[in-house]
Design a protein around this ligand. Structure first.
Ligand SMILES: Nc1ncnc2c1ncn2[C@@H]1O[C@H](COP(=O)(O)OP(=O)(O)OP(=O)(O)O)[C@@H](O)[C@H]1O
Length: 407
């Protein structure tokens, strides 16, 4: 996946061994036990590591058994140098899912526990959440139009929930969506361990023995094939129960922005412009930037490919945004007039209509019928407007006719 900053998709790879150093990842081996309370003997600790779920730039994520409740959980162990931001992630997740009389099904990853552990590489925050199947491993191209619409609606419901609770996400894209795995609840631990893909371990054996310190794990683990396992245990083809994850960028509504690391394919125009034209590392953004990202992510769920596929932040993104909307915002005009433009960027309503006809043809395969595709294009054109103030709120998006027959 092409992403600005340091995101990447962890399926089929492992983290770099060099990241196990002071300030980096916490060394973990299969069978390790973690607990919020320091000083307990391993056998008394609460969370038992069973397999690897994935890794990102700031964390390794593990499948674990909560010995106390008997459930399976995801345990995200952050790098030691990501302290404040990962503490914020737990705080924002808790705030975004705060019940406050909200009885509707939650479309945000549930945080069960949050604590810190100290290891050879420093202090690490640990977030214990539900296990979900990353939507990227579902194989969207094999799903039905109904499934895609239900997934899109789950995303919108989740964003509406967090906005209602005063949280903006800042990094919504397909890679940060997962599907609940309720079937996992009833599985036996022995069966899970046996049925998940066999462990693929790479022994960590540096050439220089002096480097073989406690900072290093005994081996690095390839993430398990959760999708293949889920395909075996899932009970029906029921619509997906989508959960939004990764609240590492999230802020309270009134909080100023921090250093932003959003995915290029979901980066709102006001952010793209601030970063490309004004070279701002921390541009301001608000709930309407999330709404833009919802639009691009819905496009990707239904079309099966990104709206901005193959386009870089400083390399055609602004041109494509203008092409899709047919107007250069007044604030962009002086920059627009002097910058070299992508070949074929024509600003006219005719060019925009033709562009959306092309996009509609791509979306059609993921829609039930022609009318459904027409309605979706209308929704996307309403959401994907360059002026953030003219974008609908997430509650208005939820009321859009396209969602009215969602399963
Ligand atoms: N609750 C979960 N259940 C299953 N897998 C998960 C869960 N949380 C994370 N993962 C897996 O671990 C990977 C890394 O997690 P995450 O994206 O939260 O880490 P990060 O370091 O914050 O990432 P980034 O580099 O995007 O900032 C995800 O891409 C996903 O494959």
């Amino acid at each position: 996946m092409e992403v600005e900053g340091f995101h990447f998709d962890s399926m089929g790879t492992t983290e770099e061994q060099e990241r196990y150093c002071l300030g980096g990842f916490h060394p973990i081996a299969i069978g390790d036990m973690l607990d919020p309370q320091a000083g307990l003997a391993p056998s008394e600790r609460r969370y038992r590591i069973l397999h690897k779920l994935g890794f990102g730039s700031y964390a390794t994520v593990w499948l674990a058994r909560d010995i106390r409740s008997g459930t399976f959980v995801a345990v995200k162990v952050t790098t030691a140098d990501s302290g404040a931001s990962e503490e914020r992630e737990a705080k924002m997740l808790a705030k975004a899912t705060a019940a406050q009389g909200d009885t509707s099904p939650m479309h945000i990853l549930r945080l069960h526990d949050h604590f810190a552990i100290v290891g050879p590489n420093g202090l690490h925050h640990v977030l214990v959440t539900d296990v979900v199947l990353p939507i990227l491993s579902v194989g969207i191209h094999r799903t039905s139009p109904d499934w895609r619409k239900a997934a899109a609606r789950g995303l919108v419901l989740g964003v509406a929930q967090m906005h209602r609770h005063g949280v903006k996400h800042g990094d919504l894209h397909l890679g940060n969506l997962g599907c609940a795995m309720p079937e996992l609840l009833n599985q036996d631990e022995d069966d899970v361990v046996q049925d998940l893909s066999p462990y693929e371990l790479t022994v960590v054996l540096p050439r220089d023995p002096r480097v073989q310190t406690a900072s290093l794990p005994p081996y690095v683990v390839m993430p398990c094939q959760l999708s293949a396992y889920w395909a075996r245990i899932r009970s029906s083809d029921s619509p997906p129960d989508v959960k939004i994850l990764d609240f590492g960028n999230a802020r309270e509504m009134h909080e100023p922005a921090g250093e932003l690391q959003c995915a290029v394919e979901a980066c709102a125009p006001e952010l793209a412009f601030a970063r490309v034209a004004r070279k701002e590392a921390c541009p301001e953004w608000d709930a309407s930037s999330d709404v833009w990202a919802v639009g691009t992510t819905i496009y990707e769920i239904v079309a099966g490919s990104s709206l901005f596929y193959g386009i870089g932040l400083a390399d055609g993104l602004l041109d494509t945004m203008v092409k899709l909307t047919g107007a250069v915002p007044p604030a962009w005009q002086s920059y627009w007039n002097v910058r070299p433009r992508l070949q074929g960027t024509e600003v006219s309503s005719q060019a925009t209509t033709e562009e959306w006809e092309r996009r509609r043809a791509t979306l059609r395969a993921g829609c039930v019928d022609e009318a459904d595709a027409d309605q979706l294009v209308q929704l996307l054109r309403r959401v994907l407007v360059l002026d953030p103030e003219k974008r609908p709120t997430i509650d208005e998006v939820l009321q859009d006719p396209w969602f009215q027959d969602a399963k």
